[in-house]
Design a protein around this ligand. Structure first.
Ligand SMILES: Cc1cc2nc3c(=O)[nH]c(=O)nc-3n(C[C@H](O)[C@H](O)[C@H](O)COP(=O)(O)OP(=O)(O)OC[C@H]3O[C@@H](n4cnc5c(N)ncnc54)[C@H](O)[C@@H]3O)c2cc1C
Length: 478
């Protein structure tokens, strides 16, 4: 029997474990799999809690269907009937700009007609059509790229809030190539963003697809009836043959005869032919330090921003806004204390009791990390004040919950791609060691499940597994 230890029971570790068991079975490898998780509960940043009828998502509320891996995983687990697709209304998104909520235009024509940006700002965006392509070898910051192609106003009013909404990050230091690879590719392939979007639209039309083709994230949001946590929960249940040890942190990773040894802080000793470390980068750095200090430094060099998630439940009669959309983001220049507000009960069914609304606010990020120092009641006061200014809500919430993440989201800074190349080189030199987790190849749920599906065949190959059988006719093998 070959043995693998997966360190970390967040979505990355759990989905990699599932993919490893499937891959080993398909390739005739008898696999003994152990997964160790520091916390007593599995799921990492995915945490869905129902209280008083409100479903508070302390981490991700769901995932987009613009990549196939997570929907494919839900099908693999047989939980399609638990899936919830976001309501059509959630396509509508807002920004709080110039002191008021404004709807984000959904297509280029309505964008040109909207007064979200000044005429000058819109003309500056149109100049993208004439501008030369950037240097492909340069790892440019998001802010520098947007200033160059679309102008300062587009950066301040559109891209800064979007960077906060996805990464809770600062576009001045985020790497365009690593954070928005699709945008970078569009410039490289078509010479500019407008040219690229027009070309993509033509191509989509030729394929019979409707609708605007943007450079943004796109797609519909999906979750499960009882929230995003159904996915890790169900993953764990789907692997009775695996040895899943929760409440035990990997404290040391050592070389052992012909392989590896993982020691956990509860005294456990787990020998393995291969180890997959699927923890946040700072925890991976701590484990890898004694083996390769340079590799550990590279992992420690991936910073995280803190965030507090504040779920608030209101009677709908107390909310003057119709909440007819996904929610809103806020540009830094507005000087507000929340990064934005997500209208969960407008996006998905079953998020709040009848006659109530659930709104989730994110505080902190790269913009206001100091707000995490506030006590819960102070933080709640701050957020309620923001709800008054942005949505006109004067009433106190019927339900409130604060969840803090000291290190919420990894930041892919300029130079991230080069850092990854060095990390990969050093990891492969160790042999039988693999890295996973959202610190490296994408921060979202789809990135975790995509990477899990990609790393499993490599691990099984390292274990000496035979070639994968041909996928059955009529569809890909899961
Ligand atoms: C507030 C917030 C909102 C988000 N919104 C979205 C969204 O809308 N859409 C989206 O796609 N993604 C979103 N994300 C990102 C998404 O949550 C992550 O992509 C995903 O959950 C990361 O999973 P992971 O397993 O890589 O890491 P984690 O969830 O961090 O899991 C890592 C696990 O490793 C464990 N661990 C660490 N050290 C050790 C050790 N030594 N031994 C054993 N175990 C260890 C930890 O306890 C943890 O359980 C959001 C994240 C946050 C915080």
């Amino acid at each position: 029997m070959k043995r693998v230890v997966v360190v970390g029971g967040g979505l990355s570790g759990l989905s990699a474990a599932r993919a490893l068991l499937d891959e080993a079975q398909a390739r005739g490898v008898d696999l003994g799999l152990t997964l160790v998780e520091k916390d007593t509960t599995l799921g990492g940043k995915i945490r869905s809690t129902r209280e008083d009828g409100f479903l508070c998502e302390a981490g991700p509320p769901g995932f987009l269907d613009n990549k196939p891996a997570t929907l494919a995983l839900a099908r693999r687990l047989g939980i399609e009937e638990r899936l919830l697709r976001s309501n059509d209304a959630a396509r509508k998104r807002f920004v709080f700009s110039d002191g008021r909520l404004q709807q984000l235009p959904e297509d280029p024509v309505s964008f040109l007609l909207s007064d979200l940006l000044s005429i000058r700002g819109r003309l500056r965006i149109a100049a993208d059509f004439l501008l030369p392509q950037g240097d492909p070898s340069e790892d440019e910051s998001v802010a520098s790229f947007v200033r160059r192609r679309l102008g300062q106003e587009a950066l301040d009013k559109l891209i800064d809030p979007m960077s906060a909404g996805i990464y809770a990050g600062d576009p001045n230091v985020m790497s365009l190539k690593s954070c928005f690879p699709k945008v970078w590719q569009i410039e490289q392939q078509f010479g500019g963003l407008i040219k690229g979007m027009l070309a993509l639209q033509q191509m989509a039309k030729a394929r019979g697809q409707q609708g605007p083709q943007g450079a943004g994230p796109g797609g519909a949001l999906w979750s499960f009836e009882e929230g995003a946590a159904e996915l890790p929960d169900r993953l764990a249940v789907s692997m009775p043959e695996a040895n899943i040890v929760a409440g035990a942190a990997a404290a040391a990773l050592e070389r052992a005869e012909g392989g590896w040894r993982v020691r956990t802080d509860d005294g456990g000793v787990w020998d393995a032919d291969a180890v997959l470390v699927a923890t946040p980068a700072y925890d991976a750095g701590a484990l890898l330090g004694p083996l390769d200090p340079e590799l550990a430094d590279l992992a420690f060099g991936i910073p995280y921003v803190p965030a507090a998630v504040v779920c608030l439940g209101y009677r709908t009669t107390d909310v003057p806004h119709p909440l007819d959309g996904f929610g809103f983001l806020i540009p830094r220049a507005e000087g507000r204390k929340i990064l934005g507000s997500r209208w969960d009960s407008s996006t998905f069914a079953r998020r709040a009791p009848e006659g109530s609304a659930l709104l989730t606010q994110i505080v902190g990020g790269a913009r206001n990390p100091e707000l995490l120092a506030l006590a819960d009641d102070e933080l709640l006061r701050v957020v309620q004040d923001e709800m008054r200014v942005t949505l006109g809500i004067e009433a106190r919430p019927a339900y409130a919950k604060v969840v803090r993440w000291r290190r919420a989201i990894p930041q892919y800074l300029v130079g991230h791609g080069e850092r990854l190349r060095r990390i990969e080189g050093r990891v492969s030199a160790l042999g039988g060691l693999f890295l996973g987790g959202n610190a490296y190849y994408g921060i979202g749920i789809n990135d975790c499940t995509t990477h899990a599906a990609a790393v499993a065949p490599k691990v099984v190959t390292a274990l000496g597994g035979g070639p994968a059988p041909e996928p059955p006719r009529g569809g890909p093998r899961l």
